[in-house]
Design a protein around this ligand. Structure first.
Ligand SMILES: NC(=O)c1ccc[n+]([C@@H]2O[C@H](COP(=O)([O-])OP(=O)(O)OC[C@H]3O[C@@H](n4cnc5c(N)ncnc54)[C@H](OP(=O)(O)O)[C@@H]3O)[C@@H](O)[C@H]2O)c1
Length: 336
């Protein structure tokens, strides 16, 4: 089978398409023929050595994908050849709270990921994506959509009528917009692009702010919402946290998810305690979270936003496309 590896050092220029032996399913495992994968910003950081510089190489990048069951290992019940499944991001985190042990084995680093034609995976570590989704759409769910769901719905207990601020128009951001709308929330979106802001308005965003033009976007958002938003989907990190803390209402929640604008922040702590703000770290989610997300997406026939689907041979270009930041939603890869 063919697989993409980052080998002999980090960097997009070290991505290599290689031949590897076809894997065989052990007892309790499924053998999958992968049909599609999707990129997360984490994958770009991983390939560039910015996520974990001590990650052993070679590594097959990417945590997200969808595949068809090709063979079923001994003792596996409930799956048949031809079933369509998505591996979960952290194969040992099935339900409940995360712990270090469960999070030590995640796909696309430290474990080999989904940029390959075949993979084996424990049968308990897959979910069935909603049937109405294409392969590219299904492949976009495991990290970005589960993260947005676990932030807003599971940890944030989002309620109808609340206001959510979503930063940017990347993968996590657009899932957060869709999930917030599904729950009857009012959504404000920021972006560097007026054209992208037009697109989120057509998806149902209530208000929009161009964060490159409006440097004090936190204050602007606070005013738009009345006296601050109930939830912030914080994907920017160091470069955006101070404005996010201006945008949130007293007693509201900042869901700390990403580091698109830097990973080390200096924070005015009074901005947090004087407003009794809840700063909640989010780390994707469990299999149980993924399954409840899928039920909601299937029932409401929500379609993930796929920016573009690249061919399996075009991986360096797909990563370059993500690095350029011009995408809207998910970047996907068709495999086989
Ligand atoms: N904690 C977790 O469990 C978890 C899970 C998934 C992702 N993440 C993290 O969350 C972040 C987003 O991931 P992703 O895969 O959704 O990324 P992505 O699709 O690459 O998002 C890129 C978009 O983010 C926006 N952006 C960039 N810098 C920004 C800034 N300074 N302010 C506001 N928006 C900005 C831009 O939107 P515009 O072009 O509209 O300006 C850009 O197009 C990453 O840091 C990732 O590592 C964490």
């Amino acid at each position: 089978m063919r697989a993409w590896e980052v080998a002999e050092g980090f960097g997009r220029d070290h991505l290599r398409l290689v031949e590897r032996a076809d894997p065989e399913p052990a007892a309790g495992e499924l053998l999958l023929r992968l049909r599609a994968a999707s990129l997360n910003y984490r994958d770009l950081m991983m390939v560039e050595g910015r996520y974990n510089p001590r990650q052993p190489l070679p590594l097959v990048p990417c945590s997200d994908g969808v595949g068809e069951v090709l063979a079923v290992g001994a003792g596996v019940r409930g799956f048949a050849v031809g079933d369509r499944v998505c591996p979960i991001f952290a194969p040992r985190w099935l339900a409940g709270e995360p712990d270090r042990e469960r999070m030590r084995t995640t796909l696309g680093g430290p474990l080999d990921g989904t940029l390959r034609e075949r993979m084996t995976i424990a049968a308990e570590a897959v979910v069935r994506p909603p049937e109405q989704l294409s392969d590219a759409e299904a492949a976009s769910l495991p990290c970005a959509a589960v993260t947005a769901w676990s932030a807003l719905v599971e940890q944030g207990r989002l309620r109808a009528g609340e206001t959510v601020l979503v930063l940017g128009t990347g993968g996590v951001a657009l899932f957060a917009l869709q999930i917030a709308l599904l729950h009857g929330a009012r959504v404000i979106v920021t972006s560097s692009s007026d054209e992208k802001l037009e697109r989120v308005r057509s998806m149902g965003a209530w208000e929009t702010v161009n964060y490159t033009r409006e440097k004090a976007w936190g204050k602007r958002v606070r005013e738009l919402a009345g006296d601050g938003v109930d939830h912030v989907i914080e994907v920017g990190g160091a470069g955006t946290l101070a404005e996010s803390l201006r945008a949130v209402r007293m007693g509201g929640t900042v869901h700390l998810i990403g580091v698109l604008a830097g990973g080390e922040a200096s924070v005015v702590l009074a901005q947090i305690f004087m407003q009794q703000v809840r700063v909640q770290g989010v780390l994707v989610g469990s299999k149980a979270s993924f399954e409840s997300l899928n039920r909601a997406l299937a029932l409401h026939r929500v379609k993930p936003v796929v920016d573009r689907t690249f061919g399996f041979d075009e991986m360096p270009a797909a990563f370059d496309h993500m690095a350029a930041g011009a995408h809207f939603g998910k970047i996907c890869i068709a495999i086989g």
